[in-house]
Design a protein around this ligand. Structure first.
Ligand SMILES: [Zn+2]
Length: 403
């Protein structure tokens, strides 16, 4: 292993493993299922307090309005928690963005609420890896940076949203706004593999609800006067499967609606998800969907109302983003960490940041695994390990490293 230079040694020396673990454990103890607004409010206040250790202003920002479609086709507003924003030296010439999310996939009444030690270095608990441990990683990396000579050379914004696990619909405009003018971004999802491997290129994701309105009639007396919404929904499902390609998997997930057996149904809601692998595949799908809807309306004499769309654009890795990956790998090597990467079908806020043209590595958080399940675990020693990695990367960016 290469000897770490004295400057880097001094930079990472203040990173306090015990304090990081205490933060991650305290945050994991607060239930922050995306719909648990009370829990999210407590968490936001706790994080605001923790991040006030950095110089700069911390504020809580209201969620953007988000609507969804109920089974009966009506549109309703979905409430969300506030997002945390901190701005440090906003006038600096080179500015970075650090992002994380405070929500988890475990609702308030889920059975998984407690932490338990699996062994000396492995802690099981809700949100520890995804991503409360990751929030501790960047908070403590930034604290180390603030104690170094590099601090004055950069400015940065911190965003911790409250709705990443349901697709960041209530924070997408804020992510876009905060990505503007940033030289690079780091996001603190857990590593793609427990050995620290990073997620590289990502496909995108889109969720759609189509509300189909036909005309009801008696199934025996005058079926010819009816316009069957279920049949039209089924026709769209088959059409969607024909649009599917290697570049754009499509999953028709649910049809709701219908009526009694003796009634031609006039209502259906069809829900589906797509996973475009490239921006081209995404725009081709959008165009094809528009004609599929048009054709179905004509052929079945129904009306189709479309809700939703692509909320996570595909994230290819361009030249600058690749340089950021290379920088992370080099900093890892100087710490004795071997860092690789692999593409993934998963999506996260890194997709949204990349679509703004900002280079991003989005799995800078802790090493761990079994996320989104009651077996979720964090490798405890990776807290300091990954904070040291981030501190070195940020220091290099502050010292004029070009991407
Ligand atoms: Zn996550």
């Amino acid at each position: 292993m290469k000897q770490l230079d004295a400057q880097s040694e001094a930079l990472i020396a203040p990173i306090d493993q015990a304090a990081m673990l205490a933060d991650a454990q305290a945050w994991s103890a607060i239930n922050t299922g995306t719909a648990n607004l009370d829990g999210l409010a407590r968490m936001a206040a706790t994080l605001a307090d923790a991040f006030s250790a950095l110089p700069g202003d911390v504020e809580l920002v209201d969620p953007a309005p988000v609507s969804a479609i109920a089974a009966d086709g009506t549109e309703f507003e979905k409430p969300h928690g506030q997002h945390l924003v901190a701005r440090i030296r906003p006038d600096a010439e080179r500015r970075l963005l650090f992002t994380g999310h405070m929500d988890t996939v475990f609702p308030k009444d889920h059975s998984f609420q407690e932490q338990s030690w699996i062994d000396d270095d492995t802690l099981n608990g809700p949100g520890l890896a995804d991503m409360k441990g990751g929030i501790a990683v960047f908070l403590h990396a930034l604290k180390a940076i603030e104690q170094s000579d590099a601090a004055g050379k950069i400015g940065y914004d911190v965003l911790i949203n409250s709705d990443e696990e349901t697709g960041s619909l209530a924070s997408a405009p804020l992510i876009e706004q905060m990505a503007q003018g940033k030289y690079a971004a780091l996001t603190y999802e857990p590593s793609a593999l427990p050995d620290g491997t990073l997620a590289h290129a990502r496909g995108g994701s889109g969720n759609y609800s189509l509300t189909i309105t036909g005309k009801s009639a008696h199934a025996g007396r005058n079926p010819q006067d009816g316009r069957n919404a279920i049949v039209a929904a089924a026709a769209i499902v088959l059409g969607l499967k024909q649009l599917q390609s290697e570049e754009c998997p499509i999953n028709p997930a649910k049809i709701e609606g219908g009526a009694a057996n003796n009634v031609v149904p006039d209502h259906a809601v069809l829900r589906f998800n797509i996973r475009p692998k490239s921006p081209d595949a995404a725009s081709q799908f959008e165009a094809a969907l528009a004609s599929l809807i048009g054709d179905t309306q004509q052929a079945h004499e129904v009306s189709v109302h479309r809700h939703g769309g692509i909320s996570r654009p595909p994230k290819p890795v361009d030249r600058k983003a690749q340089r950021l990956f290379d920088l992370v790998r080099d900093c890892g090597a100087s710490l004795g960490q071997t860092i690789g990467w692999q593409s993934t079908g998963g999506v996260c806020d890194g997709n949204n940041i990349a679509s703004c043209g900002v280079p991003v590595v989005d799995t800078m958080g802790v090493r761990g695994g079994a996320i989104h399940s009651p077996d979720e675990y964090m490798i405890v020693s990776s807290l300091r390990e990954r904070a040291a990695l981030s501190a070195l990367v940020i220091h290099r960016l502050a010292s004029g490293e070009e991407l």
